[in-house]
Design a protein around this ligand. Structure first.
Ligand code: DI6
Ligand code: FE
Length: 410
């Protein structure tokens, strides 16, 4: 009996939705079991195929409930000072996002509030936002900088992001978004700010281990493809992966640029054209769909879902949680919106918040349930996978496991 498996945790009688299906289906096992050892999935299969003599330190009976990979929010800006509900009111009265940005509001107002906040107060304000995501079964969160726009303030944001991960016992991946907006002290010198970001801020923050990826905002109210190319060249020299806010408000051909640098993802994409889709398909760059921003800005132009699907571009879905364009605190609601507003199927939306979100972060150890993967899993008070996209709001989570352990942080 010496080769009978021994597990730290054995989940029994689960309706497993592995999302590990090359055809793009749910990858379901109706009455499944999963054995975990040392934080990883050691065995997965039909319950009645469990090897004889299996021993487990702890057994959790799922009673037929749905089990999925932990959700992954691969695009957030959840660390910031202040709130911008006033801009919500202005937009309801007819002002556009661009009008507000040009008048000195928008990102600039979050920059002022973020610069004024010390590390502890930034942490305290971000914590409940991160917890909201956790309540939806999120086990990995990407967090961007980009409201500091000077070295010390960007560092403070990234340190807070790391601290949130440690405090909550989840994975946090950081993206440096220095080229998010132009800080007032460089108002007449956009290229000077690009140099500051490329030559000083990025190398310093990367050397401190605070940067997992490099992002930028490619837009006529932000930075041009030529400026972003300089940043991406620096990222390449530092061996850091890149991603990009691309084609959100207009077509700047940002998706082709990030694909040229073998980028992890191009995000937003409402104004993406056929050539951009083709570049992403060639490079394997993930399309990160952000229906929260589409909804909040009352955008009418949708990302080209049919073309992305036809060309086999993997589609992820994220909250874009930020104070301006997407004050959205639920990834499951983002998945619902991706179906209702963009026309994804529930299977696509679920892959979008798991397997494809992992890929958008360059992580190959999570997002699907299979032997060898991290044991990040959610047990839901739901019986069919489509339900996870169908309910609008509410709390469907029964239990969350991070690396095989019940998550702390509530
Ligand atoms: N696109 C967005 O939707 C957010 N950033 C970006 O590049 C908006 C950020 C904000 O308005 O604070
Ligand atoms: Fe964003």
């Amino acid at each position: 009996m010496s080769d009978a498996p021994r597990f730290d945790l054995l989940l029994t009688h689960a309706r497993i939705v592995s999302l590990d299906d090359p055809e793009g289906g749910y990858g379901e096992i109706a009455d499944g079991a999963i054995g975990c050892r040392d934080g990883r999935i050691a065995w997965l299969g039909r319950h009645d195929a469990l090897p004889a003599g299996t021993h487990a330190e702890r057994v959790l009976d799922a009673h037929g409930r749905l089990l999925t990979p932990g959700l992954i929010d691969c695009h957030t800006h959840l660390v910031f000072g202040g709130v911008r509900a006033d801009e919500f009111e202005m937009r309801l009265e007819g002002a556009s996002y661009q009008d507000i940005a040009r008048a000195g509001g928008g990102i600039a107002s979050s920059v002022a509030a973020t610069r004024a906040a010390d590390e502890d107060s930034l942490f305290a304000s971000a914590l409940p936002r991160a917890r909201s995501l956790l309540h939806d079964g999120v086990t990995t969160i990407e967090i961007k900088s980009g409201y500091g726009l000077d070295l010390d303030s960007e560092r403070r944001m990234l340190r807070v992001a790391r601290r949130l991960g440690e405090h909550l016992g989840i994975s946090v991946r950081t993206s440096f978004l220095g080229l998010h907006a132009l800080p007032t002290e460089f108002a007449d010198d956009r290229d000077g700010y690009v140099s500051e970001v490329c030559e000083r801020m990025l190398p310093a923050l990367a050397a401190e281990g605070l940067v997992d990826a490099v992002d930028a905002f490619c837009e006529n109210i932000a930075f041009s493809p030529a400026q972003i190319r300089r940043l991406f060249e620096q990222a390449r020299a530092l061996q850091l992966p890149v991603k990009l806010h691309a084609e959100q408000l207009s077509n700047q051909h940002g998706a082709a640029l990030v694909a040229e640098f073998d980028g992890l993802s191009a995000d937003h994409l409402e104004y993406l054209d056929e050539a951009g889709v083709a570049s992403m398909a060639r490079a394997g760059t993930v399309a990160v769909l952000l229906p929260g921003a589409f909804y909040a800005l009352r955008e009418t132009r949708r990302p080209p879902i049919v073309a992305l699907r036809d060309k086999g571009v993997p589609m992820a879905v994220a909250t874009d949680l930020n104070p301006g364009t997407s004050p959205l605190l639920s990834l499951r609601l983002a998945a619902n919106m991706a179906c209702t507003l963009f026309g994804l199927t529930p299977a696509e939306a679920l892959r979008g918040v798991t397997a494809h979100a992992a890929r958008a972060l360059g992580l190959d150890d999570r997002g699907r349930l299979r032997a060898g993967m991290r044991a990040d899993m959610v047990l839901w008070n739901a019986h069919t996978p489509a339900e996870l996209c169908y309910w609008v709001g509410g709390n469907l989570v029964e239990q969350v496991l991070v690396a095989g352990a019940t998550r702390n942080g509530y």
